[in-house]
Design a protein around this ligand. Structure first.
Ligand code: SAM
Length: 277
């Protein structure tokens, strides 16, 4: 192989890989590829030291981010739904023997089979990314198997994940991402960095698990935020009316039922869920 050097391995430029394998971007699969190797290395650095670590990459496409992760020393399991990309990924695997495992399929359905803790890195279409994020952040078992999530979203979705109370972006996704994790916006990525460029700016969000508050059921917290933000312009006394025990919980906690969901901090949502749990 010839071309851009990386971690002692010489790889062909990504444009050449795409041309040689006929990987014209499919709109239906949300394919907007990143080809700038320096930018890809910066994204691969967001999870921290990856040497010898397991990484799950969802949607490797022609393998730009995968090669950056491999250069960083990771053992990568990659799930790709577009079988046209498999020969390009097989070539990449040959350049990093024993360190790239590719699974073909839909990541929302397929088991990755990674044993032990792993980092997740992905640049996915918005709907697939959000569905996977909600799955990774949900459930009663905590801490999760994943050590960190490094995920590219359109900027507007990234802002909803890291939003603070009082902002329009603050809602269910912010509470879900922040009640037992820390979530930060790690990097904005201009649309011109992608081939083809999407319509909007993107951003990488970095999420790390934190301690789970005691005495709170994840399911109950989800139900409370669902009810509260389901009618986000209404006062809590209206939006939480259908949730048994919720209004009494607000009273016990001294939370004014005339407030609206978007004014409640993540800690206040947790307190309400604890009362209800
Ligand atoms: N990681 C590459 C990069 O950064 O250049 C490609 C990113 S592209 C935005 C998204 C990739 O996710 C595509 O290769 C697409 O085929 C793949 N993809 C879309 N839906 C998927 C799914 N449900 N499961 C696995 N891969 C999926």
């Amino acid at each position: 192989m010839r071309g851009a050097a990386g971690g002692g391995v010489s790889l062909p430029p990504l444009r050449e890989v795409i041309a040689r394998h006929g990987l014209s971007a499919s709109k239906a699969l949300g394919q907007n590829f990143l080809l700038d190797e320096q930018l890809l290395d910066r994204i691969a650095a967001i999870p921290g030291e990856l040497k010898g670590r397991q990484v799950l990459e969802v949607g490797p496409g022609p393998g730009g981010l995968a090669r950056a992760l491999l250069r960083a020393g990771a053992h990568v399991t990659a799930i790709e739904t577009d079988r046209r990309c498999l020969p390009a990924l097989a070539e990449l695997g040959e350049a990093f023997p024993g360190r790239l495992r590719v699974l073909e399929g839909d990541a929302t359905r397929l088991a990755h089979g990674i044993e032990g803790p792993f980092h997740v890195v992905a640049n996915l279409p918005y709907n697939v990314g959000t569905a996977l994020l909600v799955g990774w952040l949900g459930g009663e078992a905590w801490p999760p198997q994943w050590a960190s999530l490094t995920l590219m979203f359109q900027l507007e979705v990234a802002q909803r994940i890291v939003a603070a109370p009082g902002s329009d972006a603050y809602g269910r996704l912010a509470v879900l991402a922040q009640w037992r994790s820390t979530a930060r916006l790690a990097m904005k990525v201009h649309r011109s960095a992608f081939t083809p460029p999407p319509k909007v700016t993107s951003a990488v969000v970095h999420i790390v698990p934190a301690a789970m508050p005691e005495g709170v059921s994840a399911r109950t917290l989800e139900r409370a935020t669902e009810a509260a933000f389901g009618q986000r312009r209404k006062m809590l006394r209206q939006s939480l009316k259908g949730l048994p025990g919720a209004l009494e919980s607000l009273e016990r906690l001294g939370i004014d039922p005339q407030r609206r969901a978007e004014t409640l901090s993540v800690a206040e949502f947790v307190a309400v869920a604890r009362e209800l749990s």
